[in-house]
Design a protein around this ligand. Sequence first.
Ligand SMILES: C[S@@+](CC[C@H](N)C(=O)[O-])C[C@H]1O[C@@H](n2cnc3c(N)ncnc32)[C@H](O)[C@@H]1O
Length: 237
Amino acid sequence: MNEKQNIGSLFDRIAKTYDVLNHGLSLNIDRRWRRKAVASMQPARRVLDVAIGTADLTIEMLRQGKAVQVTGIDLSTEMMAIGEEKIIREKAKGRMDESAEVEFVYGNAQEMPYEEGSFDAVTCAFGCRNFADLDAGLREMHRVLRPGGQVVILEFSYPGNPIIRKMYDIYFSYILPFIGRIVSHDKTAYTYLNRSVKGFVWGEAFVQHLHDIGFVHEHFTPLTLGIATVYMARKKG
Ligand SMILES: C[S@@+](CC[C@H](N)C(=O)[O-])C[C@H]1O[C@@H](n2cnc3c(N)ncnc32)[C@H](O)[C@@H]1O
Protein backbone atom coordinates (compact mmCIF):
# COMPACT_ATOMS: atom_id res chain seq x y z
CA MET A 1 0.00 0.00 0.00
CA ASN A 2 1.48 3.41 -0.89
CA GLU A 3 1.54 6.35 1.52
CA LYS A 4 -1.49 8.10 -0.02
CA GLN A 5 -3.58 4.94 0.32
CA ASN A 6 -2.49 4.70 3.94
CA ILE A 7 -3.10 8.38 4.66
CA GLY A 8 -5.63 7.82 7.48
CA SER A 9 -3.13 5.98 9.64
CA LEU A 10 -0.42 8.58 8.93
CA PHE A 11 -2.70 11.33 10.25
CA ASP A 12 -3.84 9.09 13.15
CA ARG A 13 -0.19 8.94 14.23
CA ILE A 14 0.38 12.71 14.22
CA ALA A 15 -3.13 13.79 15.31
CA LYS A 16 -2.17 14.73 18.88
CA THR A 17 0.56 17.13 17.76
CA TYR A 18 -1.04 18.27 14.48
CA ASP A 19 -2.62 21.51 15.74
CA VAL A 20 0.41 22.63 17.77
CA LEU A 21 2.76 21.99 14.87
CA ASN A 22 0.45 23.53 12.31
CA HIS A 23 -0.05 26.77 14.17
CA GLY A 24 3.47 26.88 15.60
CA LEU A 25 5.36 26.19 12.39
CA SER A 26 3.25 28.60 10.37
CA LEU A 27 3.43 31.28 13.10
CA ASN A 28 -0.39 31.13 13.12
CA ILE A 29 -0.60 32.22 9.48
CA ASP A 30 -2.63 29.09 8.74
CA ARG A 31 -5.43 30.50 10.93
CA ARG A 32 -5.45 33.68 8.86
CA TRP A 33 -5.66 31.60 5.64
CA ARG A 34 -8.70 29.71 6.92
CA ARG A 35 -10.31 32.99 8.05
CA LYS A 36 -9.82 34.47 4.57
CA ALA A 37 -11.07 31.36 2.77
CA VAL A 38 -14.21 31.32 4.93
CA ALA A 39 -14.74 35.07 4.61
CA SER A 40 -14.94 34.70 0.84
CA MET A 41 -17.64 32.00 1.12
CA GLN A 42 -21.33 32.67 0.76
CA PRO A 43 -23.41 31.53 3.76
CA ALA A 44 -24.78 28.05 3.21
CA ARG A 45 -27.07 25.78 5.18
CA ARG A 46 -25.66 22.30 4.65
CA VAL A 47 -21.89 22.25 4.23
CA LEU A 48 -19.63 19.27 3.60
CA ASP A 49 -16.10 19.82 4.94
CA VAL A 50 -13.98 17.27 3.09
CA ALA A 51 -10.88 16.09 5.01
CA ILE A 52 -12.20 17.91 8.10
CA GLY A 53 -9.25 16.72 10.24
CA THR A 54 -9.25 18.50 13.59
CA ALA A 55 -12.10 20.76 12.41
CA ASP A 56 -10.32 24.12 12.18
CA LEU A 57 -12.06 25.14 8.95
CA THR A 58 -15.46 24.01 10.28
CA ILE A 59 -14.94 26.00 13.49
CA GLU A 60 -14.09 29.08 11.43
CA MET A 61 -17.24 28.62 9.30
CA LEU A 62 -19.41 28.33 12.38
CA ARG A 63 -17.75 31.31 14.08
CA GLN A 64 -18.31 33.46 10.99
CA GLY A 65 -21.91 32.21 10.68
CA LYS A 66 -21.25 30.78 7.20
CA ALA A 67 -22.77 27.37 7.91
CA VAL A 68 -25.61 25.90 9.97
CA GLN A 69 -25.01 22.17 9.60
CA VAL A 70 -21.59 20.79 8.81
CA THR A 71 -20.78 17.22 7.86
CA GLY A 72 -17.08 16.45 8.01
CA ILE A 73 -15.60 13.44 6.28
CA ASP A 74 -12.09 12.14 6.90
CA LEU A 75 -9.99 8.97 6.86
CA SER A 76 -8.42 9.66 10.28
CA THR A 77 -10.58 8.87 13.31
CA GLU A 78 -7.92 10.32 15.63
CA MET A 79 -7.93 13.71 13.86
CA MET A 80 -11.74 13.78 14.01
CA ALA A 81 -11.80 12.82 17.72
CA ILE A 82 -9.72 15.93 18.46
CA GLY A 83 -12.03 17.98 16.23
CA GLU A 84 -15.09 16.76 18.14
CA GLU A 85 -13.54 17.80 21.46
CA LYS A 86 -12.74 21.23 20.02
CA ILE A 87 -16.35 21.77 18.89
CA ILE A 88 -17.60 20.90 22.40
CA ARG A 89 -15.08 23.36 23.93
CA GLU A 90 -15.99 26.13 21.46
CA LYS A 91 -19.67 25.77 22.33
CA ALA A 92 -18.95 25.70 26.07
CA LYS A 93 -16.95 28.92 25.72
CA GLY A 94 -19.82 30.54 23.80
CA ARG A 95 -17.65 31.07 20.73
CA MET A 96 -20.15 29.36 18.47
CA ASP A 97 -23.90 28.91 18.38
CA GLU A 98 -25.11 26.06 20.64
CA SER A 99 -27.45 24.92 17.88
CA ALA A 100 -24.67 24.46 15.32
CA GLU A 101 -24.66 20.85 14.17
CA VAL A 102 -21.43 19.08 13.27
CA GLU A 103 -21.32 15.45 12.23
CA PHE A 104 -18.03 13.57 11.83
CA VAL A 105 -18.01 10.70 9.33
CA TYR A 106 -15.23 8.24 8.61
CA GLY A 107 -14.89 7.94 4.85
CA ASN A 108 -12.90 8.51 1.69
CA ALA A 109 -13.27 11.79 -0.21
CA GLN A 110 -12.85 9.86 -3.45
CA GLU A 111 -15.97 7.76 -2.81
CA MET A 112 -18.43 9.58 -0.60
CA PRO A 113 -21.60 8.03 0.83
CA TYR A 114 -23.91 10.91 -0.21
CA GLU A 115 -26.57 11.36 -2.83
CA GLU A 116 -26.01 13.72 -5.72
CA GLY A 117 -26.74 17.36 -4.79
CA SER A 118 -26.84 16.79 -1.00
CA PHE A 119 -24.90 19.93 0.04
CA ASP A 120 -25.18 23.69 -0.53
CA ALA A 121 -21.40 24.13 -0.25
CA VAL A 122 -18.34 21.88 -0.15
CA THR A 123 -15.06 22.94 1.45
CA CYS A 124 -11.65 21.34 1.76
CA ALA A 125 -8.60 22.81 3.52
CA PHE A 126 -5.19 21.21 2.99
CA GLY A 127 -6.83 17.90 2.07
CA CYS A 128 -6.70 17.68 -1.74
CA ARG A 129 -2.97 17.18 -2.08
CA ASN A 130 -3.29 13.98 -0.04
CA PHE A 131 -5.80 12.36 -2.37
CA ALA A 132 -4.43 9.34 -4.21
CA ASP A 133 -6.48 10.55 -7.21
CA LEU A 134 -7.12 14.32 -7.18
CA ASP A 135 -9.71 14.23 -9.98
CA ALA A 136 -11.67 11.46 -8.28
CA GLY A 137 -11.91 13.66 -5.15
CA LEU A 138 -12.92 16.77 -7.16
CA ARG A 139 -15.51 14.75 -9.12
CA GLU A 140 -17.05 13.56 -5.86
CA MET A 141 -17.18 17.14 -4.52
CA HIS A 142 -18.94 18.19 -7.71
CA ARG A 143 -21.41 15.29 -7.55
CA VAL A 144 -22.55 15.86 -3.94
CA LEU A 145 -22.91 19.62 -4.46
CA ARG A 146 -26.35 21.01 -5.39
CA PRO A 147 -26.64 22.89 -8.69
CA GLY A 148 -25.41 26.46 -8.12
CA GLY A 149 -23.58 25.39 -4.94
CA GLN A 150 -20.10 26.64 -4.11
CA VAL A 151 -16.83 24.78 -3.63
CA VAL A 152 -14.04 26.40 -1.60
CA ILE A 153 -10.62 24.75 -1.51
CA LEU A 154 -7.60 25.95 0.44
CA GLU A 155 -4.26 24.37 -0.38
CA PHE A 156 -0.53 25.01 -0.32
CA SER A 157 0.86 26.44 -3.55
CA TYR A 158 4.19 27.76 -4.80
CA PRO A 159 5.37 31.37 -4.29
CA GLY A 160 6.15 33.25 -7.54
CA ASN A 161 9.07 35.25 -6.11
CA PRO A 162 12.31 33.17 -6.51
CA ILE A 163 13.77 34.28 -3.15
CA ILE A 164 10.60 33.44 -1.25
CA ARG A 165 10.41 30.19 -3.22
CA LYS A 166 13.93 29.24 -2.11
CA MET A 167 13.09 29.99 1.52
CA TYR A 168 9.90 27.98 1.13
CA ASP A 169 11.88 25.02 -0.27
CA ILE A 170 14.34 25.14 2.63
CA TYR A 171 11.48 25.34 5.10
CA PHE A 172 9.52 22.41 3.63
CA SER A 173 12.57 20.25 2.86
CA TYR A 174 14.52 20.67 6.10
CA ILE A 175 12.92 22.72 8.86
CA LEU A 176 9.40 21.24 8.78
CA PRO A 177 10.54 17.56 8.64
CA PHE A 178 13.11 18.19 11.40
CA ILE A 179 10.78 19.90 13.88
CA GLY A 180 7.88 17.65 12.85
CA ARG A 181 9.95 14.57 13.61
CA ILE A 182 10.99 15.83 17.05
CA VAL A 183 7.56 17.02 18.17
CA SER A 184 5.40 14.24 16.70
CA HIS A 185 7.96 11.44 17.37
CA ASP A 186 7.10 10.17 13.89
CA LYS A 187 9.99 9.54 11.54
CA THR A 188 8.16 9.66 8.22
CA ALA A 189 4.99 11.76 8.48
CA TYR A 190 6.57 15.16 7.97
CA THR A 191 8.85 14.07 5.16
CA TYR A 192 5.68 12.84 3.46
CA LEU A 193 4.06 16.27 4.02
CA ASN A 194 7.06 17.87 2.35
CA ARG A 195 6.78 15.57 -0.69
CA SER A 196 3.02 16.02 -0.91
CA VAL A 197 3.35 19.82 -1.10
CA LYS A 198 6.16 19.77 -3.66
CA GLY A 199 4.56 17.48 -6.17
CA PHE A 200 1.13 19.10 -6.16
CA VAL A 201 -0.65 21.12 -8.86
CA TRP A 202 -1.44 24.73 -8.01
CA GLY A 203 -2.69 28.01 -9.48
CA GLU A 204 -3.92 27.88 -13.10
CA ALA A 205 -3.21 24.16 -13.36
CA PHE A 206 -5.42 23.41 -10.35
CA VAL A 207 -8.17 25.63 -11.77
CA GLN A 208 -7.94 23.67 -15.03
CA HIS A 209 -8.74 20.48 -13.09
CA LEU A 210 -11.84 22.18 -11.62
CA HIS A 211 -12.86 23.31 -15.10
CA ASP A 212 -12.35 19.85 -16.64
CA ILE A 213 -14.47 18.25 -13.91
CA GLY A 214 -17.35 20.57 -14.89
CA PHE A 215 -17.17 23.38 -12.32
CA VAL A 216 -17.95 26.90 -13.53
CA HIS A 217 -16.90 30.41 -12.40
CA GLU A 218 -13.62 28.91 -11.21
CA HIS A 219 -11.00 31.34 -9.93
CA PHE A 220 -8.24 31.53 -7.34
CA THR A 221 -6.66 33.97 -4.88
CA PRO A 222 -3.03 33.49 -3.76
CA LEU A 223 -2.41 34.20 -0.05
CA THR A 224 0.81 35.32 1.67
CA LEU A 225 2.98 35.64 -1.48
CA GLY A 226 1.44 32.50 -2.95
CA ILE A 227 2.40 30.10 -0.15
CA ALA A 228 -1.25 29.06 -0.02
CA THR A 229 -4.13 29.61 -2.43
CA VAL A 230 -7.93 29.68 -2.13
CA TYR A 231 -9.75 28.16 -5.10
CA MET A 232 -13.43 28.82 -5.60
CA ALA A 233 -15.93 27.54 -8.14
CA ARG A 234 -19.59 26.63 -8.55
CA LYS A 235 -21.60 23.75 -9.88
CA LYS A 236 -23.58 24.87 -12.91
CA GLY A 237 -27.02 26.00 -11.65
C1 LIG B 1 -3.48 18.40 6.54
S1 LIG B 1 -4.93 17.73 7.24
C2 LIG B 1 -6.07 19.07 7.07
C3 LIG B 1 -7.18 19.00 8.08
C4 LIG B 1 -8.09 20.23 8.15
N1 LIG B 1 -8.93 20.36 6.98
C5 LIG B 1 -7.32 21.50 8.40
O1 LIG B 1 -7.57 22.49 7.73
O2 LIG B 1 -6.48 21.52 9.31
C6 LIG B 1 -5.42 16.63 5.98
C7 LIG B 1 -6.58 15.70 6.36
O3 LIG B 1 -7.03 15.07 5.16
C8 LIG B 1 -7.45 13.76 5.48
N2 LIG B 1 -7.51 13.00 4.24
C9 LIG B 1 -6.48 12.77 3.40
N3 LIG B 1 -6.90 12.05 2.34
C10 LIG B 1 -8.23 11.83 2.51
C11 LIG B 1 -9.23 11.17 1.75
N4 LIG B 1 -8.94 10.56 0.60
N5 LIG B 1 -10.50 11.16 2.22
C12 LIG B 1 -10.80 11.76 3.40
N6 LIG B 1 -9.89 12.42 4.16
C13 LIG B 1 -8.63 12.45 3.73
C14 LIG B 1 -6.41 13.31 6.50
O4 LIG B 1 -6.84 12.19 7.24
C15 LIG B 1 -6.23 14.59 7.33
O5 LIG B 1 -7.08 14.62 8.44
